[in-house]
Design a protein. Structure first.
Lengths: 289, 349
């Protein structure tokens, strides 16, 4: 594989990381929560997809029709029943609760599904590719992932800026009290935001399950990728997120190309370099969302 | 109107009694290897290091307001530091524990420079990334044994009795040391600053307190304690692997213990560690269910009983075994040598 090929693969991987990251930054934008179980929810979604695929002999991409709504519901209920209760007072309570959920989910999945690596098989689309030049070939699936990321980010931007509910989301992030005075039900807005966040991460989790293997303890690393994408791109900037994902993807691809064990580490080092040199990220946005 | 006097109370009769009792417990614990079989000290090392790491996490999370989920990084550095100093550099293993702790403290300084740029939940994940970086570096370097790890030969070759006793006493020293260190630190000027920062950071900063420096000290001390505990844990286990020494489960253990016992108190982490230890010992045959159980309890406690066990108890009965607060009490009559009106005997720094 040539270096150019490696870079292209890395760029396309960035789309997947952006999908992971937008869910994380959406809920941070709306309610200032960082969900430490974000990655584990993507793994939970992948395991649910695995069950659906096994039960109905479906293509995992079709299983998304069930998995995404289920995860939306999980997010909605989680926020309403538990996380909303932690928003008042100490800012560390949601961090502790989501960290607890992360550990609970990892170990519960471990007890249910064992530590074996699992994979989702999407059939021909996974392996077919288009040859651009002599030795540069791009897989269809990475292209589809990148397209999905662009559609999701555009859709989310449209939702946040052009719809009534989206405006309520942004208003809730600016001033909770004022929004309540305007008759918006904060608790419901937060629950919807968490639902959307988990729906997007479910999509990302299933796609990543097709692309590579996963096991019950893969969650934290997914969270870290999402987080590095957010910080590299710049807090609160959705297109920055896509850029951040691409930089992370390319760094990992090049690192792994240099030496198999160094892919993830190369990504971490680029993240730390950005933190040291440009802590506000590459495309920061002053607005809250 | 009679003259009013203000006194700053920093100890009560109960707390003096508790201090005496704690000293007695430590003395009894110190004699344990002399009158029990070999398995008891070995088991107690687990409990004592659990108390130490919980106490050190609480210093960050409970007092400095820094929720770190990357403290396993310093525990792993302690473990590999033990191997580095004892096996590669030929230092006596017991002395290597101290050097490993110092190494963890030194590495924490530049790390703090990076992660302190982040706040709240983003700080939490940032610390996690640094722990992952430490793990990946160790796992990818051939000299440290790579992913399969190393056996600490110099420790393994020690005479069993000496190793057991030494490890036990070191574990006791680290546990007592972390409790005493946090107690003294919190009664100092720096401790007052830390607690004030936790309660209202902008207000403290506006009073001219160097918030960054106060937090940095808490971070460094916590790393040193983690390093010492990590080294002692691996004196007991003998074989270090990056995936185990740098495991996120260490931090899960500390956080669950602190949250359940009572965050922001010295008593809480000790209670939490005892509960954790009991559950781990009794549920060991059921795989990771003890961790799930404790996680569920920790979530329930955080959402519905934020003070944890100790916080909920002291809300009903105002007791404090290790008082670190300054209580202002107004007395009707001036005591001998009492300060004049409005000026506390001991200045509230």
């Amino acid at each position: 594989m040539t270096v150019l090929n490696v870079v292209v693969q890395g760029l396309l991987l960035g789309g997947l990381y952006a999908l992971y990251a937008v869910g994380l930054s959406l809920i941070f934008g709306v309610m200032r929560i960082v969900n430490l179980a974000h990655g584990d929810f993507s793994i939970l979604a992948a395991f649910i997809a695995l069950l659906v695929v096994d039960a109905f002999r479906l293509n995992p991409l079709v299983s998304l029709l069930a998995v995404v709504p289920v995860m939306f519901l999980v997010g909605f209920v989680l926020q309403r029943a538990i996380l909303n209760l932690t928003l008042s007072g100490d800012e560390m309570r949601p961090i502790l609760v989501t960290f607890g959920l992360s550990i609970i989910m990892q170990n519960a999945l471990l007890e249910t599904f064992t530590a074996d690596s699992q994979g989702l098989d999407a059939g021909f689309i996974e392996n077919s590719s288009i040859t651009l030049t002599g030795d540069l070939a791009v897989g269809w699936f990475p292209l589809v992932i990148m397209g999905t990321a662009i559609v999701v980010i555009t859709g989310l931007n449209f939702f946040l800026t052009r719809t009534q509910l989206g405006r309520a989301f942004r208003a809730a992030s600016d001033d909770q009290e004022a929004v309540r005075l305007m008759g918006v039900n904060n608790q419901r807005v937060y629950a919807l935001a968490m639902g959307i966040s988990l729906a997007i991460v479910a999509l990302a989790g299933v796609i990543m399950g097709i692309r590579t293997t996963f096991d019950p303890t893969s969650g934290p690393l997914r969270l870290i990728f999402a987080y590095e994408t957010v910080i590299i791109g710049g807090l609160g900037s959705s297109w920055g997120t896509l850029l951040g994902g691409m930089i992370l993807g390319v760094s990992q691809a090049l690192g792994a190309y240099a030496s198999p064990g160094w892919g993830v580490l190369a990504g971490h080092l680029v993240f730390l370099a950005v933190l040291a040199l440009r802590p506000q990220g590459l495309l920061p946005k002053t607005a809250n969302l | 109107m009679s003259e009013k006097r203000f006194d700053v109370i920093r100890a009560t009769g109960g707390s003096r009694l508790a201090l005496g009792f704690a000293a007695l417990v430590v003395v009894v614990l110190a004699t344990v290897p002399l009158w029990t079989d070999q398995s008891t000290p070995r088991t107690l090392v687990t409990l004592l290091t659990l108390i130490a790491i919980s106490q050190m996490w609480n210093l960050l999370g409970g007092y400095a307001g820094l929720v770190s989920v990357g403290q396993q990084g310093y525990l792993g550095i302690g473990a590999y530091g033990l191997w580095l100093f004892a096996d590669r550099l030929g230092v006596h293993p017991f002395l290597a524990v101290a050097l490993a702790a110092v190494l963890a403290g030194l590495i924490s300084i530049p790390t703090a420079g990076l992660v302190f740029r982040l706040h709240g939940g983003y700080f939490a994940i940032g610390t996690w990334v640094t722990a992952e970086v430490f793990r990946l570096i160790v796992a990818n370097v051939r000299q440290t044994g790579g992913g399969s790890g190393v056996t600490i030969t110099s420790v393994a070759q020690m005479e069993t009795g000496t190793r057991m006793m030494g490890t036990y006493w070191l574990a006791l020293l680290v546990a007592v040391g972390t409790v005493v260190a946090v107690y003294l630190l919190l009664r100092s000027r720096l401790g007052l600053a830390l607690m004030a920062i936790r309660d209202n950071e902008p207000a403290v900063e506006s009073l001219g307190i160097n918030v960054f420096r106060a937090k940095l000290w808490a971070y460094i001390i916590s790393a040193v304690g983690m390093g010492a505990a990590g080294a002692v844990i691996y004196l007991n286990l003998l074989r270090v692997q990056p995936s185990a020494a740098f495991s996120i489960n260490w931090t899960a253990i500390m956080i669950f213990a602190v949250v359940i016992g009572g965050m922001g108190t010295i008593e809480g982490p000790i209670i939490g560690a005892l509960i954790f230890f009991t559950l781990q010992e009794t549920m060991a045959q059921y795989g990771s269910w003890y961790l799930i159980t404790l996680g569920v309890i920790a979530v329930v406690v955080t959402v519905w009983f934020p003070g944890g066990i100790w916080g909920t108890l002291t809300k009903r009965w105002p007791i404090s075994l290790f008082p670190v607060r300054r209580i202002l009490r107004m007395s009707g009559r001036p005591g001998p040598g009492a300060a004049p009106l409005g000026e506390p005997q001991e200045s509230v720094e």
